[in-house]
Design a protein around this ligand. Structure first.
Ligand code: NAP
Length: 473
């Protein structure tokens, strides 16, 4: 039986593990560096953490969650859902906790992956699935003096719940998807909040609200609606579309309606086409920024001083605590693991100008390696779970064929991967993502994170395995 090792235990890992085990592939183990499953939904516990994809859509298709209590579920509920599904499908007992993968070397003789762990131990598997996600490594900004700060400082994905922020002067750097969720809470707690914004966002109203128990059946009815909404929403991410112009009008109307001060409003108005950075949803961010005890600073942060932050104009903004909501090393993909394929080639070298993979999953010269939520499979709208499930089904078909044909090695053909990549990059040129700087782009300029367009063309494309795309041995 093909032995399969999966790195991670978030949505991608669980989707893959469940797909494999429910189709008779029983030698499946998962390695998790932490002591609990859940990926980003374990790590991001900041106040107000939740999903900006409507909950009726945000669960596996085979385990639709009808227990959500809100239309936009908060992190504890999502984390509990992941635990429940992992238990129900017998995945929890397959997870080896505290196992941090640091290397994976393809052994051409044994036709296996030798996987190395932080504690110096090793395991070998026939097939290796990376499900480490795109947003699992927090990134602190490269501002001089980070270590000089005399107070406490932390990243939003490593929230310090032991610190009481009440009555403190808090500085919050970054205004992204995470920050707009915790800023209203920080504003409530802090004696003063100074918010450092480098780039303004488009923020849409959030049709949030409680989902009463009697509406549980209704959650299933809402699911196709929100899926369709997400597909249409994604159209606004192609250059210059009617949908994009409607989205932009709604966002600017929301800003006008919630922010009375014309100067503040101007500073909160984005200066790039909508969708280039992730479009955000919030009803309470603008009211929080409008509070008299909140200051929005849009000058560049020049350095960190023991007493606070200094901006480019020389002003010093004193703070007791700094929160960095500065995002993740999204361009790293598998960089934190030393992956070596045929001939000892390093994956990091192959991807030095930006990651690329056939269907976002398969890299030529790295046989029997499958990547969940790999390059060019992130979304600007819709639910990533839909993509992860589609990928899991494709990977399972590859393993099915290996088992049926007694193949030990499967490697995507280089010309197939190159053609896929050309096609994706060509279509990305028509998207808005080229028109501003964002974590979607590698420093080479290449857009490595996102899938161009709606999710159903991707799902259609990966629905059936084309054996011709691969070399089998
Ligand atoms: P993010 O969206 O990458 O935001 C990082 C913020 O930090 C941006 O405002 C960025 O400014 C700012 N920043 C970075 N370096 C800076 C510097 N040196 N000085 C000043 N500001 C700096 O990170 P995130 O908010 O953690 O979210 C990351 C991703 O996680 C999201 O895009 C989303 O995909 C996912 N997420 C999803 C949800 C959800 O509800 N589903 C919630 C949270 C996060 P610039 O814009 O100028 O770069």
């Amino acid at each position: 039986m093909t032995s399969i090792g999966i790195i991670g235990s978030g949505f991608g890992a669980l989707a893959t593990a469940i797909e494999l085990t429910t189709h008779g592939h029983d030698d499946v183990r998962l390695w998790e560096r932490a002591d609990e499953l859940g990926g980003v939904w374990r790590d991001n516990t900041y106040p107000g953490a939740g999903c900006d994809v409507p909950s009726p859509l945000y669960s596996f298709s085979f385990a639709v969650n009808t227990r959500w209590t809100r239309r936009y579920a908060l992190q504890p509920e999502i984390r509990a859902y992941l635990h429940r599904v992992a238990d129900e499908y017998g995945i929890t007992e397959r997870i080896r906790f505290g196992r941090e993968v640091v290397s994976a070397h393809w052994d051409e003789g044994a036709r296996q992956w030798d996987v190395g762990f932080a504690d110096g131990t090793q395991e070998s598997v026939d097939v290796l699935v990376s499900a480490v996600g795109q947003l699992s490594r927090p990134r602190l900004p490269s501002i001089p003096g980070l270590d000089d700060f005399a107070g406490e400082a932390f990243h939003s994905a490593r929230w310090r719940h032991d610190l009481d922020l009440r009555g403190k002067r808090v500085a919050a750097v970054g205004v992204g998807a995470s920050a707009i969720q915790y800023v209203p809470h920080l504003a409530e707690q802090a004696s003063h909040l100074t918010l450092f914004q480098r780039t303004a966002n488009y923020i849409l109203p959030k049709p949030d609200g409680p989902l009463p128990r009697w509406w549980r059946g209704g959650i299933r009815l809402e699911r196709p609606f929100w899926w369709t909404f997400g597909e249409q929403f994604s159209r606004g991410l192609d250059d210059d579309t009617v949908v994009g112009s409607i989205e932009s009008k709604v966002a600017l109307w929301h800003l006008r309606r919630q922010v009375a001060d014309p100067d503040l409003r101007a500073r909160l108005t984005p200066d790039y086409p909508i969708g280039c950075k992730r479009i955000l949803f919030s009803n309470d961010f603008y009211p929080a920024v409008s509070r008299p005890d909140v200051t929005l600073v849009d000058d560049r942060v020049a350095r960190v001083l023991p007493e606070g932050l200094e901006t480019a104009d020389g002003s010093v903004h004193a703070a007791d605590v700094i929160v960095y909501g500065t995002g993740f090393d999204a361009q790293d993909f598998l960089d934190s693991i030393d992956v070596q394929g045929v001939g000892g080639e390093k994956l990091a070298t192959r991807w030095q100008d930006g990651a690329h993979a056939h269907l976002g999953m398969y890299v030529p010269g790295f046989p029997n390696l499958f990547v969940s939520y790999g390059p060019n499979t992130n979304l600007g709208g819709g639910s990533i779970i839909y993509m992860l499930e589609a990928q899991a089904r494709h990977m399972r078909q590859v393993v099915d064929r290996m088992a049926a044909g007694s193949y030990e090695v499967v490697d995507v053909r280089p010309e197939v991967e190159a053609a896929f990549d050309r096609d994706v990059q060509r279509r990305l040129e028509e998207s808005v993502w080229g028109s501003c700087d964002s974590w979607y782009r590698h420093e080479s300029g290449r857009i490595t994170s996102n899938w161009p367009g709606a999710t159903h063309p991707y799902a259609r494309r990966v629905r059936t395995l084309d054996p011709q795309d691969f070399a089998w041995a």
